[in-house]
Design a protein around this ligand. Structure first.
Ligand code: ZN
Length: 97
């Protein structure tokens, strides 16, 4: 796989640790940039999923199954946590190209 150097834009091999023309580190920087983008996006989707999941549970599912408000509150928290993990996974999938 070939990729461009971030510094001089020469085409280099992806497994080269540094650009053979200018010595700029290739794999380190591209991996760091990708990781940063992924975590930011997955965090956003995690929050989004958590909010949407909790709202759906509280308005549609919760009242039908949990008549005790304390139980419903705990269940909503568990549903929100599960949705957050799902959102994190979806966010990672969406951001990987
Ligand atoms: Zn270079």
């Amino acid at each position: 796989m070939a990729m461009k150097c971030m510094n001089c834009h020469m085409v280099c091999a992806a497994d080269d640790p540094a650009c053979i023309f200018c010595g700029y580190k290739i794999s380190d920087t591209s991996a760091a940039l990708k990781k940063e983008g992924m975590s930011k996006k997955s965090k956003t989707t995690a929050v989004l999923f958590m909010v949407v999941g909790s709202v759906i549970f509280n308005t549609m599912i919760g009242p039908a199954y949990f008549h005790n408000s304390g139980e419903r509150f705990l269940a909503a928290g568990a549903v929100g946590a599960v949705c957050a993990v799902m959102g994190m996974i979806v966010g990672n999938l969406l951001s990987s190209d």
